[in-house]
Design a protein around this ligand. Structure first.
Ligand code: HEM
Length: 414
């Protein structure tokens, strides 16, 4: 997805806004649409051809409220537009589709193994993905960074979850199919069949992984879920499978697009690359701005549990709302010069990892892995250069790049 509006003066016809259409994100200009909505229609109703309707929430304050107030806005009926009004069989089982208090218990358990401290202790697991991603670039070869980046989180989440490395390429493809079933480059049959195949294969896969453990917890994330107790009771088979799905999806479909978004921003802002390379203390801020800039998860959804007012609009009980994180992260009421990529932006309270109870549980893992990658990049690579056309993912959920050929100009070895 393009990460800035093409023309800031362009007018957008608000009567024809279609935030559902995956092509808006591959070929269009969603930032221009969000910008116009923030100014003129910040809580916007859209009706699909089949009569289903959803509210789009685009301002930072409203996005935070919808994501935080679980008593008014539930996650249990699903959190993605692709499943609008179809219900969510994972509701109350998968952490992301469960409201507190049950959510809190699941969350506390996973927090223990995914905290910054726990991840720091396993930095060795993150070294190999960094090496593997950079190897062709450091060897002087042009590389499709988007393709290489899709393997990056799979390499570490695969190890954290204890999955055989031979399975990783298929798992990486299935997770992209699950979030971009309309993108022809990832389709296996129609978009509907692609989505069904991805879900079916992933659930089958994790069910087999779990059964293969024969009730004996392994020393990995799956084993951790097997050991987890809520109110003294173990999680059932289905609950563990849903949460495995959520962990792999959470890691795979987001992290790659922060890498491509950040590298693109560094190519467009060579002074920022030079600055971060000259001062390692700026790398953490550079990652935060990369997260704000790329906002890989474009939206998350909630459903109103009761009639509620939101920025002057009456939202009826049962209504679906899409909270657009990509828009909140460019809200001019919160971020000065939101369309400027500024690695020294302070404060930088972006919502790329969400807000409130469901704030990304893999945030520390994502941050630490990205920091390790970019520390190595700044140490070895003087600048990136484009080596071909950038192509964007057709997905209303993930703001992604599917092809981005680049070459690296290396720093002379000391
Ligand atoms: C740059 C990388 C990442 C981004 C931008 C991102 C974004 C997000 C966002 C916005 C949410 C909130 C969902 C909601 O409010 O409904 C979330 C939740 C979640 N993420 Fe991430 N994520 C990233 C990396 C990861 C990684 C590496 C993992 C795997 C460990 C992961 C697993 C999850 C899970 C399981 C949840 C559900 C948390 C809950 O319901 O409490 N994410 N993520």
């Amino acid at each position: 997805m393009r990460l800035s509006p093409g023309d800031l003066g362009e007018t957008v016809d608000l009567d024809r806004v279609d935030l559902w259409d995956p092509r808006l994100y591959s070929d269009g200009d969603p930032h221009a649409v969000w910008r116009a909505l923030r100014a003129k229609d910040p809580v916007h109703m859209q009706e699909l051809a089949d009569g289903r309707r959803f509210w789009s929430v685009v301002r930072y304050a409203d996005v935070c409220r919808v994501l935080r107030d679980h008593a008014f806005f539930t996650s249990e009926r699903g959190t993605l537009l692709s499943a609008l009004d179809v219900g969510d069989p994972a509701g109350g089982k998968m952490m992301a589709a469960t409201d507190p208090p049950r959510h809190t218990a699941l969350r506390e358990s996973l927090n223990r193994v995914l905290s910054a401290r726990a991840v720091e202790a396993r930095r060795d697991v993150l070294l190999q993905p960094v090496d593997r991603l950079l190897e062709p670039l450091l060897a002087g070869r042009s590389t499709d960074l988007a393709t290489a980046a899709m393997d990056f989180p799979m390499d570490f989440i695969g190890t954290f979850m204890g999955l055989p490395a031979d399975d990783w390429p298929r798992l990486a493809k299935l997770t992209t199919m699950a979030i971009a079933p309309h993108d022809q480059d990832f389709q296996e049959g129609s978009s509907q069949l692609t989505l069904v195949t991805a879900h079916h294969e992933l659930f089958e896969y994790f069910s087999r992984q779990l059964s293969a453990r024969g009730g004996t917890p392994t020393d990995d994330l799956i084993g951790h879920l097997m050991r987890t107790r809520i109110d003294g009771r173990p999680l059932d088979h289905e609950t563990i499978v849903y949460n495995c799905y959520s962990l792999i999806l959470g890691a795979n479909v987001t992290t790659p697009h922060t890498i491509t978004g950040l590298v693109q921003a560094l190519m467009d802002n060579p002074a920022a690359h030079r600055k971060a390379a000259a001062d390692p203390s700026l790398v953490a801020g550079c990652i935060e701005e990369g997260l704000r800039w790329s906002s890989p998860a474009s939206h998350f959804m909630r459903y109103a549990t009761q009639d509620v007012e939101l920025s002057g609009h009456r939202i009826e009980a049962g209504s679906a709302l899409a909270a657009w994180l990509g828009s909140a992260n460019r809200d001019e009421d919160v971020f000065a010069d939101p369309y400027v990529f500024d690695i020294e932006r302070r404060p930088n309270r972006h919502v790329a990892f969400g807000f409130g109870p469901h704030y990304c549980v893999g945030g520390a893992l994502a941050r630490i892995s990205l920091r390790m990658l970019f520390e190595r990049i700044f140490a070895r690579i003087e600048r990136f250069e484009p080596a071909g056309e950038v192509r964007h993912l057709a997905s209303n959920f993930v703001a992604g790049v599917k092809s981005m050929p680049v070459r690296a100009v290396l720093r002379p070895r000391p």
